[in-house]
Design a protein around this ligand. Structure first.
Ligand code: PEP
Ligand code: MG
Length: 542
């Protein structure tokens, strides 16, 4: 047995083969096609190929595991040719003049989400199948395995590091755990792992190499350990841990539908952070009261050219509709810094974290801001949405951004387009400057949301992407807590609500402090919602 140690960023025990991912750009992003009939024919050919592949797999599985285990491949064959599914894919190709692999990806995610939301457990289980089938089609269409994982069985994904855009393109149904040689606790990869509830370790170091590819291993996300070829004693110990975790999960399920209220009656709204359509089902199944942070930059990261107003509108509308009246806080694109997109053609910056990112980029490219705001306001007719601007430091920025929002809303109204009657406008408090002048910013907006990941980075001068300074990143640093307190006081003095959508919001060691500060909303990874509700319901602040 070999043992590698890293930093656990999401707990849980998983056992399976290691898949060492050589990094390369992948994806099923959207492209406009000129030849729509040709694209429909490509899709049809891919369907035939998928059916043939699944036929072979069915035969192989029959020989290895018998009828019961092989039946899955027959189900997948039926799904590939399912009429509703095929119609939906064709619809995307035709109406959006989109490439087939994008149409399959978008449809697969939508269907998976629909299945996941159904009451019937059998239908819920089909969610993973439709994703699997779509992944196969995309791999046939692109000639590359979707997400880079060419494996029939779920794997422990090992790699040097992953960028946010690579991480979003991974097929999460194939991932048991993430293990990276580099990476930091607050990197977007770690955040994504937590949001999916997938055990993850970062900073395993250079011993994590291609040599372990295919070896049987176990990950203990809480202890931060990767065991290669674990021995019997280790397996027994890990199984006991996993069993305890399963029992705890079952207990949490019983909290669905109950208020997140402390014993002395303080209630906090527990919302979920999501990074795209694919996470919505998780937010709903974990009983989040709404979405406190929808990171719209992932809409851009998943595309290979600027998504136009119509394309953005369709996504935002689907989010609003899926959440069925529960509030969704859309954060305008936070691009720049670690979230680089080729087609934005951003100039090289020596200090990108201090550069043209977030709302600064929106202010620098007003036409992009206008398109996004119009798409958001159009979606506001379909649900309860709020708009939030990231990376604010000064009042003039907020004035310019809210003026752009009002202008977009007025334009649409003048064009006779329906928009929601009450779209709250808010800002993220993620620079020390914003927290220190929160009393000047509060009158300009409807709400604040603390972006503690960046607030910590900028307050402590600790680059969140640089693992060499991770040990200087004291997430409970008094300076950060002081700034949160200032923002909370200013928000309440002006009758505004305040939430926390950075990772700190889910830190159980601070939940009581946040309740005492009167934080109105905590927006956390979907997988953390019930955990936090459990904790809040046990607190007594009186
Ligand atoms: C934050 O900074 O805390 C935040 C929620 O935004 P992001 O992590 O996307 O920068
Ligand atoms: Mg941030």
């Amino acid at each position: 047995m070999e043992q590698l140690t890293g930093k656990g960023v999401c707990g849980g025990v998983r056992l399976g083969p290691i898949y060492y991912l050589e990094r390369r750009p992948l994806g099923a992003s959207r492209r406009r096609v000129d030849d729509v009939p040709g694209e429909l024919a490509r899709f049809q050919r891919a369907q035939a190929e998928a059916v043939a592949q699944l036929g072979h797999l069915h035969q192989e599985a029959l020989a290895k595991v018998g009828e019961a285990g092989a039946a899955l491949f027959e189900v997948h064959q039926m799904m590939v040719e399912d009429l509703d599914y095929s119609e939906a894919v064709r619809g995307v190709i035709e109406t959006q003049e989109a490439n087939a692999e994008y149409a399959v990806t978008a449809t697969g995610k939508n269907f998976a989400q629909l299945f996941a939301q159904m009451d019937d457990p059998y239908m819920n289980a089909r969610s993973a199948d439709v994703l699997d089938v779509s992944a196969r089609l995309v791999s046939i269409l692109t000639g590359q395995p979707l997400g880079g994982i060419d494996s029939e069985v779920p794997v422990i994904l090992a790699t040097d590091d992953l960028t946010p855009s690579e991480t979003v393109q991974l097929d999460e149904s194939k991932i048991l755990a993430f293990v990276t040689a580099g990476g930091s606790t607050n990197s977007h990869t770690a955040i994504l792992a937590r949001s999916l509830g997938i055990p993850a370790l970062v900073q395993v170091g250079e011993r994590l190499t291609h040599q372990w590819h295919g070896r049987r291993a176990a990950v203990d996300g809480q202890a931060g350990r990767l065991y290669i070829e674990p021995d019997e004693a280790t397996l027994t110990e890990l199984e006991a841990k996993a069993e305890a975790a399963r029992r705890h999960q079952a207990l949490l399920q019983e909290l669905k539908g109950l208020p997140s209220r402390s014993l002395d009656g303080r209630e906090v709204e527990l919302f979920a952070n999501v990074n795209g359509l694919g996470d919505l089902a998780l937010a709903l199944t974990n009983d989040a009261a709404g979405i406190g942070l929808f990171r719209t930059e992932f809409v851009f990261l998943e595309a290979d050219d600027y998504p136009d107003e119509g394309a953005q509108f369709r996504i935002y509308k689907q989010v609003a509709q899926t959440m069925a009246g529960k509030k969704v806080v859309f954060r305008t694109m936070d691009i720049g810094a670690d979230k680089q997109i080729d087609y934005f053609d951003l100039a090289h910056e020596d200090n990108p974290a201090l550069g043209l990112r977030g709302a600064r980029l929106s202010l620098d490219r007003p036409q992009l801001l206008r398109v996004q705001l119009r798409a958001l306001y159009r979606a506001s007719a379909y649900g309860a949405i709020a708009i939030m601007f990231p990376m604010i430091a000064s009042p003039w920025e907020v004035e310019a951004l809210t003026a752009a929002a009002r202008a977009a809303a007025d334009e649409l109204t003048a064009e006779g387009v329906d928009i929601g009657t009450k779209v709250e406008l808010g800002i993220m408090i993620e620079t020390p400057a914003a927290a220190l002048i929160a009393d000047q910013l509060a009158p300009l907006v409807d709400f604040f949301s603390i972006g503690s990941n960046d607030l910590t980075q900028y307050t402590l001068a600790v680059d969140r992407q640089n693992d060499a300074v991770d040990r200087f990143c004291d997430t409970h640093h008094a300076a950060v807590l002081k700034l949160i307190e200032l923002a909370a006081q200013a928000a309440h003095a002006h009758g505004r609500w305040i939430g926390i959508c950075g990772e700190l919001g889910a830190d159980p060691a601070l939940t009581e402090t946040f309740l005492r500060l009167g934080i109105d909303e905590l927006s956390v990874s979907p997988a953390k919602v019930l955990e936090l509700r459990h904790l809040i319901r046990s607190l007594d602040l009186s």
